[in-house]
Design a protein around this ligand. Sequence first.
Ligand code: HEM
Length: 399
Amino acid sequence: MTEAVASGCPMHDNVDRRKSAKLAAKMTKPDGGAHWVKKPSVARAILRSPEALQAGAGAEMLNFENPEHMPVFFLDGADHRKKRTKTQKFLSPKAVSEQHHTIMREVTDELLAEFQRAGTAKLEDVSFQLAIEVVGEILGLTNSDQAGRAKRIQRVLYASIAQREGNFANRILKFQQAFHTGNFFLWDVLPAIKARKKAPKNDAISFYIEEGYSNMAIVVECLTYGAAGMLTTREFIVMTAWYLFEDLALRQRFLDGDSKEQINILLEILRLEPVAAMVHRRVNAEVEGLGEKPMPAGELYGIDIRAANVDEELVGECPFAVDPDRAQRQRDTGRYLSFADGPHNCPGWQVALHETRIFLEQLFKLPGVKLDREPDMSWNEGVKGYELRNAMISCDKSA
Ligand code: HEM
């Protein structure tokens, strides 16, 4: 799969070694009727436009009675801004460093102690458990048994983002969605709501109760954060671990680096292997830069994150090299379009980066740690991104 893309780069070989490139080239395409946007300047202009509306994940088919209680992903304009501001306190850099670091470290220690006892593990199970516990703590999903919760969350999230063709298949899917959502509500969300009605905490469910959300609206919020924050981080951890297992020099740099350096390394891997390949917007204004004439208002656009993230216009020279110094050279945060841009950009990016950083640092310090089996790769149309499965890792067993 290795393909020389360009030569003459003064610093790197600039060979395209992206693990997901072949699969993504086959699978990444915009939704029906959407214009395919690959140019970073046009992509950013659309994502940042005040006239752009969320059009991904079936957003255009949803209708909530009370827009205040609609998940942030599906809101636009003033309602969206209001909700982002109100929920920012759970995801701000301050909350990440003062509140969430503790749970990230605690869950990492628990999971790695278990890994050392067993001597072997499936990496995506460990990364999913971590992502579930971290986002679960932010939401307040902490009043049910951990192992059962992980299974129920996995089932409900996969059912809620699944798509099937045909009437019969669709009816079965609807039944599965209702069944798994009901289970998740009864076993995980309801106990959390009851506990917080008695004693509110500094978490999202306590806030939703205070704002008068219905039980159903709270479940929908939990599912939104689950799909946005748990499914994505699960894949991100496996992909970054895979790179660091393979590239010893990069791993050493990661282990020797401070948290900023570690984050720069993770961001570079994410730039090349973005978990979300494409997002959609409908723009109620003319859009320039896609042809000779401006596109009329009201058109739908699929923003190709993968293409933009390797465009020299956005990321500078040697776009295919993992270069942790790139962001500083480009005077960029290093996020590029990996977490999208504009009003709907990912509010959980600091959470994802820090939990991954903390986990990988501890993982690679374990004696004898190695990757025994590389992951298989498949595509998840719901998230519009790759999935990594059956990555087996092992380490020296603890006594
Ligand atoms: C590596 C992990 C992650 C990646 C790659 C990622 C990526 C993204 C992207 C690309 C979007 C924009 C979607 C769009 O514009 O249509 C987004 C939105 C969002 N993400 Fe993340 N995300 C990650 C982790 C997280 C985490 C950990 C959380 C929560 C703690 C989270 C919560 C959200 C929410 C709530 C939105 C919707 C924001 C809005 O519409 O205003 N994400 N994410």
